[in-house]
Write a protein of this length. Structure first.
Length: 254
């Protein structure tokens, strides 16, 4: 980014041109280098980077769950007892909604007692989003598609957050490193809701816009987006929401 130096006579000190005739620099471009400073076609570059990030994440996800796709019998992606629990949650939300039941409580487990599903990460929002696939192709396909898509969604959110500070290539590498870090890879094998880790980078991106953007409209839209993202995460995994909140609080304090 080229910064203007004003001479005493009101001209640009570098070439003597009047300052009024030089292109203006927006305040947010000074705080955070804009995409336009790094590429001649910023919008296209970002979209290409986002697509490349999604494709790479999808390829790694397919390799990670290769035993699922190559199995001669239908199997659920992942291992551990929690896999079957999350698969049941994926069916429960559409069932409860279509039968006018409360999706947050159920006596279909531990009958005749009721089970509070909000305390058991029942991922109601995922169940609603995947409802058409669950109804059309069955539980196995729906759950396996959701497991394969989780890293892709996570990587795209991380790319958007990182792209504000680094180049497209660096943002892609950082997003893939975050998505397939040892912690998340370990979770992806058995804990779907923790593998779907899009909220921390998305919250970071929106909070950064709220704090730094000089435009009121942009801050308001980011605040509304953060509110919607927070509610969505609450309906997917409250634990991830709490972890992100603690991290944000520590970042503000220190």
């Amino acid at each position: 980014m080229a910064f203007l130096v004003r001479a005493a006579d009101g001209h640009d000190a570098s070439n003597g041109a009047p300052v009024s005739t030089l292109p203006a620099v927006r305040p947010d471009e000074v705080l955070f280098p804009s995409v336009a400073d790094r590429t001649s076609s910023p919008g296209r570059s970002v979209w290409i980077g986002l697509v490349v990030t999604a494709v790479v994440a999808a390829a790694i996800s397919l390799v990670l769950f290769r035993s699922t796709w190559s199995s001669s019998t239908p199997v659920l992606a992942g291992t551990g007892k929690d896999t079957y629990l999350y698969a049941w949650y994926l069916v429960w939300t559409p069932f409860a909604t279509s039968h006018h039941l409360n999706p947050l409580y159920s006596n279909y487990m531990v009958y005749p007692h009721q089970l509070n599903l909000m305390w058991n990460t029942s991922m109601e929002l995922v169940g609603i989003v995947m409802w058409p696939i669950t109804a059309g192709f069955g539980l196995l396909v729906s759950y396996n598609v959701a497991m394969a898509a989780a890293p892709v969604i996570t990587a795209m959110a991380a790319f958007l957050a990182l792209r504000r500070h680094v180049s497209v290539v660096a943002a892609t590498i950082g997003a893939i490193a975050y998505t397939f870090s040892p912690e998340l890879v370990a979770r992806e094998d058995a804990h779907f809701v923790l593998a779907l880790a899009f909220f921390p980078p998305l919250a970071w991106l929106l909070m950064e816009i709220i704090v730094t953007s000089p435009r009121l409209q942009r801050r308001v839209l980011a605040g509304l987006g953060l509110g919607c993202a927070t509610f969505a995460e609450l309906m997917i995994e409250p634990e991830m929401l709490v972890i992100t909140g603690i991290g944000a609080a520590l970042g503000v304090l220190y």
